[in-house]
Design a protein around this ligand. Structure first.
Ligand code: NAP
Length: 234
């Protein structure tokens, strides 16, 4: 397994949940971690802050201005609202689309010229909601279907261009992070019931899966990891 010691990785969503747990694992492994966030004070120690609001395209571009070489990019930033197609708020759809889809795709594109000639790895946070549509999940699932499609499109394009950069997804079910408070906004009773019904995944569980992709031997290209709490039904 190739060591990550001494490598440089760029992680979005580094201030919270899965991204924050991943940053801590990477720092322990001697990785130089550049963490993208709107709240630099919330980053773990030793993570180098890059402040950006990912809803703003110019701020996404600014992340890469003057950025040196990176060996990996992990797109963890995400927004989730239970916002139905039937009656959801378009502003919520737009924020989810900008962060979960547009910013992720742009970070993938802009990162490519920062990889060394030998290549590297990109990991995109998808979701089980990128594989099936939960009945009450509204506009969130469409954004995660897009993440899966972008990942697959980029993979094909990289092969066609002969670039040795690998791209993968990780697709978790419920993970106990602040994102769920946002997702169940106004339906706190449903969140309490869901928490009572199962031991959800911890952010560290997902961080370990991402680490497995980043540390896989160079000839092993992992496409996606689907993972759920053993207590989650679908
Ligand atoms: N939790 C789950 O159940 C679950 C399940 C499946 C997939 N996922 C996916 O996993 C990823 C991480 O989720 P999480 O649960 O770890 O969420 P989280 O704890 O709520 O963290 C979300 C991260 O996204 C960043 N972010 C959100 N909007 C941003 C913006 N406009 N500009 C810059 N950064 C922004 C936040 O950074 P700042 O606020 O500091 O800027 C924060 O670091 C997301 O893509 C999510 O869709 C989560």
């Amino acid at each position: 397994m190739p060591s990550l010691q001494g490598k440089t990785l760029l992680v979005t969503g580094a201030s919270s949940g899965i991204g924050r747990a991943l940053c801590e694992l990477l720092v322990e492994r001697g990785v130089k971690v550049l963490g993208v966030t709107r709240h630099p004070a919330a980053l773990s120690e030793e993570v180098l802050p890059i402040e950006a609001d990912l809803t703003r395209r110019e701020e996404v571009s600014a992340i890469f201005q003057g950025l040196g070489k990176i060996d990996g990019l992990v797109n963890c930033a995400g927004v989730a609202y239970l916002s139905r197609i039937l009656d959801g708020t378009p502003a919520d759809w737009e924020e989810m689309w900008r962060v979960n889809v547009m910013a992720l795709a742009l970070c993938c594109q802009l990162s490519l010229k920062h990889f060394p000639a030998g290549g590297g790895r990109i990991v995109n946070l998808c979701s089980m909601s990128g594989h099936r549509v939960p009945p009450s999940g509204g506009f969130y699932a469409p954004t995660k279907f897009a993440v899966r499609a972008i990942t697959e499109a980029l993979r094909s394009e990289l092969k066609a261009a002969g670039l040795p950069i690998q791209v993968a997804c990780v697709s978790p079910g419920y993970v106990d992070t602040p994102l769920l408070d946002q997702y169940f906004r106004g339906r706190e009773d449903a969140l309490s019931q869901t928490r009572a019904a199962m031991k959800m995944l911890d952010p560290e569980d997902v961080a370990w899966a991402i680490l497995g992709i980043l540390e896989a031997p160079a000839h092993v290209e992992i496409a996606d990891i689907l993972m759920r709490s053993s207590g989650q039904m679908m």
